[in-house]
Design a protein around this ligand. Sequence first.
Ligand SMILES: [Zn+2]
Length: 615
Amino acid sequence: MRNPSRRQFLQAGAAAAGAAALARSLPAWASTAASVSVVPPLSVFGYSQVQLLDGPFRRQFDQNHDLFLHLDEDALLKPFRQRMGMTAPGPDMGGWYDNATDFTPMENFHGFIPGHSFGQYLSGLSRAYAVTGSKPTQEKIHRLVRAYAQTVDADGKFYVDYCLPAYTYDKTSCGLIDAHEFAACPDALDVHWRSTQAVLPHLPPKALSRLEQRARPHKDISFTFDETYTLPENLFLAYQRSGDSRYRDLAVRFIEKEYFDPLAEDHNVLPGEHAYSHVNAFSSAMQAYLVLGEEKYLRAATNGFRMVREQSYATGGWGPDEAFVVPGQGLMEASLGGTHSSFETVCGAYGHFKITRYLLRVTKDSRYGDSMERVLYNTIGGALPILPDGTSFYYADYNNSARKVHYKDKWPCCSGTFPQLAADYGISSYYSSKDGIYVNLFLPSRVSWSQNNTKCTLTQTTAYPKANTTQLDFALSSPESFAVYVRIPAWAGAKTTLSVNGRRTDNPVVPGKFLALQRTWKDGDRVELEMDMSLHLEAIDEQSPYRVALMYGPLALFAVGEIPARMTRAQMLAATRVPGSSNDWLVRTDAGNLTFRPFSSIMSEEYRLYQRVEG
Ligand SMILES: [Zn+2]
């Protein structure tokens, strides 16, 4: 992700002054400027331009930033140093991260993927530095990259007899290009090139599905879990950030055509596939579309994402037991009794946010923002924080008897995506276009930008979704004409209103669209959105209309405590809010009152998302 001026600058790489400046900042091997074929109409802001203000999501970001800023650097580097035969001081991290010998597929995950998430921690810190400007964070990133560089050799000794080389390289790649892009790390691109050379002898000639991996000789099942099909996104980004076309060629080599070609033709090839990594792969399709300009990759991502949405839970989560199901067979309903591993929350939300950002930027379709907020409030917003010893939240449980628990192994994949995801909340909230700004997420936050030459700041104040309102206050250095586009959620009712400086707008308020406010904005202007939020029921799938979740606007409400044997639709829809500061709702059933609450309010109590209803 980059800001528009930089993207346009790269695209216009032929401009003499630009090309000279670019060449000076690149190492000798990067001789050509990158070009992209498609510039989306919407751009993300720079990380430093959007600040989250106090609220649960700012706290989540701060917690992650603080935890990773204080991680022991020798411990982080230990698996790399050990596998290279170097002196490796410091404690073992534990869990998936260690270079251990007792890993046994499907039984003991200690030492599953040594060092797998190093690059994600580096990426999370780099983005956190870009948000906060914290010098200690930047210094740690630079130290880590320098020390990691010493463990990289030309033959890729680290990857010898390593079960997921593409997986770990992909994360390391992301960390290094982010350290370069967001933390001004002088060595990062050079180390990235060397890391790429190190892994190449250990990668197959093309992206391989799990089925294809199983058909090849393999030491054990873990050697069939690699995710070569997610490589193109970061390789395309490496190409754009370095200007080295060899990264583009590598990205093209790992595009999984066997996956994207049928998706582009609207054939559902998702069932049985690993959920998170295949949603993550949609972002590779989007980069292929942007860089190569081939429409079919946009169609693949759009269709694929729609197929995921069609088999999502009411929370926006997907992929019971980390897999997609065959649609039309009631298998989502079956999962409510069959598993407690309902949604790989942190990685899933990270992948979901990435693909919805791409699709929103390209299509300007506000429903991708709706999808983002549903995942935000119902899944990751209720994730337990990572503990200092690496104990992490992983699965949300939508079983008929469910509890919120930490994952059994320390430092899993979800500990890698959490700091990245939390740093991205700001850039997911607003987008810039040629003619103005898009307000996508309703989070307490502040965005600053230049519209023509006017300095603009928009401060958003809200307690949404607990409250149904949000307020946008503008500070401008001088009056300026531009458009403010506000997302009107598709679920919003007919009484939704939007006003400017206390006066209702004449523009029609259409749910499922961005509402455009074009005017000359001046210092002190205020926009207020009041959303008509109501209770409604959502069935788990078409085959099971009697198994429903209670929703309030975008918010899924979970029943807690003793679940009565009988409940009706009318009783659920007559739920009333518990007065005061609580987030609870009460449903009056024949057997007494039943409490409902959002996922973020659930602690250790047993809960149920889907209720069986009569009537
Ligand atoms: Zn995960």
